[in-house]
Design a protein around this ligand. Structure first.
Ligand code: DQA
Length: 147
């Protein structure tokens, strides 16, 4: 039986989307992004499991629990992107496609955002397309899964 689950992970402060710096991150809430993800995933027979956490270890444990169980991971690690090596290592131990997504384009922002420790273990990264990024991330995961 093939895995039917797409794990979507949201890092710190993303629970505040809609209120947090809307000029940078848009007016959509995390629930709005998830609705888009769920619709796009359902079109390809994938169910979505989602975790938002402000704690690195919880995200690491969610990645562990995806091993052998989830088809792919879409992750917006928030600020963990830039320094959370434990998330890097956990993703390296996941067999399926990993799509890194950012609402903003970190490469065009402060220098400390220019490094992603997640990018080297992601299949690819989508950044700077605002809310469209989540739909594009699901499409990328679906394409990588050959669905
Ligand atoms: C972000 C970019 C990160 O640099 C930042 O810390 C976030 C959000 C984005 O989606 O643009 O929290 O991941």
């Amino acid at each position: 039986m093939t895995n039917q689950t797409l794990l979507v992970l949201s890092g710190p402060n993303l629970n505040l989307l809609g209120e947090r710096q809307p000029d940078v991150y848009g007016n959509e809430t995390l629930a709005d992004h998830l609705a888009v993800v769920e619709a796009a995933a359902a079109d390809h027979g994938l169910e979505v499991e989602h975790l938002q956490s402000n704690h690195e270890g919880e995200l690491v444990e969610a990645i562990h629990s995806a091993r052998g169980r989830c088809a792919a991971i879409v992750i917006n690690p928030g600020a963990f992107t830039h320094y959370a090596w434990a998330i890097h290592d956990a993703l390296a131990a996941f067999d399926g496609p990993v799509v890194e997504v950012h609402l903003s384009n970190p490469a065009s922002r402060e220098p400390w955002r220019h490094t992603s420790v997640v990018a080297p273990v992601a299949s690819g990264s989508i950044a700077g397309f605002g809310a469209d990024g989540y739909r594009l991330a699901v499409q990328a995961a679906v394409a990588l899964l050959g669905r």
